[in-house]
Design a protein around this ligand. Structure first.
Ligand code: ATP
Length: 462
């Protein structure tokens, strides 16, 4: 009998292999030996887009107090001076003098503990020897995570700029633009989805920590007197989001960050942690950042960023609540929660004694919504099936599969989480009906082709 941790790591290995085999996630630059990064394949990009679409709907377009934004990745370096990133955005780094491997010091502290450490400064407790080779470790020093590049043809100091380490910078610098152009009234928020870059000391755990990743971030501007109530509202919405993703309550840990471990300007921070197979680690963050950001940008830019309420006339510098979510970090729990192995589904195929994989993704997130499976390649079944395919493609992502036994084809679709399979058989010619098989209940309904699109849309679009 395997221990629970072994079973969990087994699950990670199976998931990574499935993701590659079925076109979700590939190693980046694989033919050149990789680059510690990952690429999303045809199914991965659908899953990722569905996550971003669902987030955008729940957090932005469903609300009258939210606006969207798509700001530049390369910004004036002063933005990062003002935000404190140039000075303080660093992690403590130690080197092994023998094998030359580099470690994030706070990650060494976590090695012997299942819990994430929030105290990066507890350097006195650091192990003295390398966990890989036993060699001596150097003292910890700070390593800035900003990725530098140059603008224009001359690579001198004046041309230095940075790839944004978070999307928030573009939100703060556009605060006044959005406020004025949208005639917004505080409280209101700005949401943005986009790439962020960090020169992480070590990349780890597949897509959990990479140097290039995507964020879904919100800055919600408030009057400071409302912060407690607004914080609770965002906390609830983030919980609702996690539930929508299929994250089980018992796998989610809400970690209230203690005073001494919070950034000095934050009055409350809650980390959403997930029980990954490799430990309980941060998934998302929710922070009340007071007026730190706008006051810094006001100071460094010289622009007046105060807000005057059009009704009460009250003038103040808005405070912010920041729900910050990683797209890639979302994909990992979504896949882990959805991955399930079931006993072979009898009567569907030859391989009755194998275990089968079913990816029980929420319908909204499934990359392929419907598979069209003609029982035979011969006409007229092919013609009928292609007609159905073209009709459904108008608003659904569809896959057409005519090879292999029907049981094998069902299994292929189960493995990638397709909610519905439509089988076109010889009876379809006369009765103009097809069989719709449900991924989870395996129920099979006979539906008139003329009603199929409505039937599926009713089930899939909630
Ligand atoms: P960590 O402690 O894991 O380095 P962090 O506290 O620095 O993360 P934040 O600055 O709060 O992370 O970033 C907001 C969100 O962006 C995180 O909650 C996470 O979802 C995502 N994120 C941050 N760094 C990475 C990364 N290197 N790879 C993938 N996602 C990331």
């Amino acid at each position: 009998m395997k221990k629970k941790t072994e079973q969990l790591n087994d699950k990670m290995d199976k998931l990574i292999s499935l993701a590659k085999r079925r076109g979700f996630i590939f190693q980046s630059s694989e033919i050149y030996g990789g680059f510690g990064a990952y690429d999303y394949g045809p199914l991965g990009v659908e899953l990722k887009n569905n996550i971003k679409k669902a987030w955008w709907k729940l957090f932005v377009t469903d609300r009258s107090d939210m606006f969207g934004l798509d700001a530049s990745i390369l910004m004036n370096p002063k933005v990062w001076e003002a935000s404190g990133h140039l000075k303080n955005f660093s992690d403590p780094l130690v080197d092994c003098k023998k094998c030359r491997k580099r470690f994030r010091a706070d990650h060494l502290l976590e090695l012997n503990s299942a819990e994430p450490k929030h105290e990066k400064e507890k350097i006195s407790e650091l192990p003295q020897t390398c966990p890989e080779c036993g060699g001596e470790l150097t003292a910890a020093r700070n390593f800035n995570l900003m990725l530098k590049t140059f603008i224009g043809p001359v690579e001198d100091e004046g041309a230095v700029c940075y790839l944004r380490p978070e999307t928030a910078g573009g939100i703060f610098t556009n605060f006044k633009n959005v406020l004025n152009s949208m005639r917004a009234r505080v409280p209101f928020g700005i949401g943005q989805i986009g790439k962020a870059f960090r020169n992480e000391i070590t990349t780890e755990n597949w897509i959990y920590r990479t140097r290039e990743f995507e964020q879904m971030e919100i800055e919600y501007f408030i009057n400071s007197k409302d912060w407690k109530k607004k914080f609770e509202e965002w906390l609830e919405l983030m919980k609702k989001w996690c539930e929508f993703l299929g994250i089980k309550k018992e796998n989610l840990v809400l970690h209230e960050i203690e005073d001494k471990d919070r950034a000095f300007y934050s009055k409350r921070t809650v980390d959403f942690e997930y029980k990954y197979p490799f430990g309980t680690k941060e998934l998302y963050g929710l922070a009340y950042r007071t007026d730190y950001d706008l006051s810094q940008h006001q100071k460094f830019s010289g622009e007046d960023l105060n807000y005057t309420d059009p009704v009460t006339g009250e003038k103040f510098l808005p405070h912010v609540i920041e729900p910050s979510l990683g797209v890639d970090r979302t994909i990992l729990p979504v896949l882990l929660e959805a991955y399930s192995e079931v006993e072979a589904r009898s009567g569907e195929d030859d391989a009755k004694h194998e275990k089968e994989v079913v990816l029980k993704l929420p319908y909204e997130l499934a990359p392929i919504k419907v598979a069209i499976l003609p029982l035979s390649k011969k006409e007229p079944l092919g013609e009928i099936a292609h007609k159905i395919e073209m009709d459904l493609r108008r608003n659904l992502v569809v896959q057409y599969d005519e090879t292999g036994s029907i049981g094998k084809r069902y299994r292929r679709q189960d493995e990638i989480g397709t909610p519905f399979c439509v089988t076109v058989d010889f009876d379809s010619v006369a009765d103009k009906k097809v069989t719709v098989r449900d991924r989870d209940s395996m129920s099979q309904d006979r539906i008139l082709i003329s009603e199929l699109r409505n039937y599926l849309n009713n089930k899939l679009i909630r």
